[in-house]
Design a protein around this ligand. Structure first.
Ligand code: 2AM
Length: 182
């Protein structure tokens, strides 16, 4: 048997300016909230849209079908407001930046993606309730308390990516495809 090696997922990757602003905000949160753990490097900041699960590489048919689905979609660009920080109750070691209200544009993109994937007979994972978040810390010794940010961060989302994460190489990320909204 071939063991799963790749995590496959659609995600939003911040543009350089947004990533720089997230980094400044993250540094402030690390100082205020502490809690220890491993801080993610800014190049790894992302928000997962749909998780397609763990698969043995190279899983080319899956990647091809996911690319076809993404190529067919038409969803307008939107704004994402990151206005809170916290941890999940059931995954307290993960500290993140998130949204207090579900952005309608994000909801629309997720739903369009789900439908397009279904037409390719691909199912998205539903083992986790969708809570939009951008992970900043893993393996924290203390969760971050629910925190409302005084200065919310606005992210103009203009595209999305299909990614794979190599579970045997420190979860190195590879971009399988990238699409522009609109
Ligand atoms: P996380 O940051 O909250 O851990 C690559 O692992 C990406 O896929 C991460 O953004 C991770 O979210 C997400 N992810 C991993 N397993 C998942 C699952 N079962 N359901 C949804 N997202 C998942």
């Amino acid at each position: 048997t071939v063991l799963p090696r790749w995590r496959v997922f659609f995600a939003l990757w911040p543009d350089d300016d947004t990533r720089a602003r997230i980094t400044v905000l993250a540094d402030r949160l690390y100082q205020c909230l502490d809690g220890g753990g491993r801080r993610l490097r800014p190049q790894r900041y992302h928000l997962t849209l749909q998780f397609l699960g763990e698969h043995p590489e190279p899983c080319q048919p899956l990647l091809d079908a996911a690319c076809r689905a993404a190529t067919r979609m038409r969803v307008p660009p939107f704004e994402l407001v990151l206005d809170r920080a916290g941890s999940f109750r059931n995954r307290a070691a993960v500290c993140w930046l998130g949204c207090s209200a579900m952005p309608t544009g994000l909801q629309a993109l997720r739903e369009a993606l789900r439908l397009a994937l279904a037409r390719e007979s691909l199912r998205v994972h539903k083992d986790r309730r969708f809570v939009p978040h951008l992970t900043l810390v893993r393996d924290a010794s203390q969760p971050w308390p629910e925190t409302a940010l005084e200065e919310p961060l606005c992210w103009q989302v203009r595209g999305f990516s299909l990614m794979r994460s190599d579970m045997e190489r420190q979860f190195a990320y590879g971009e399988v495809g990238k699409w522009t909204l609109g």
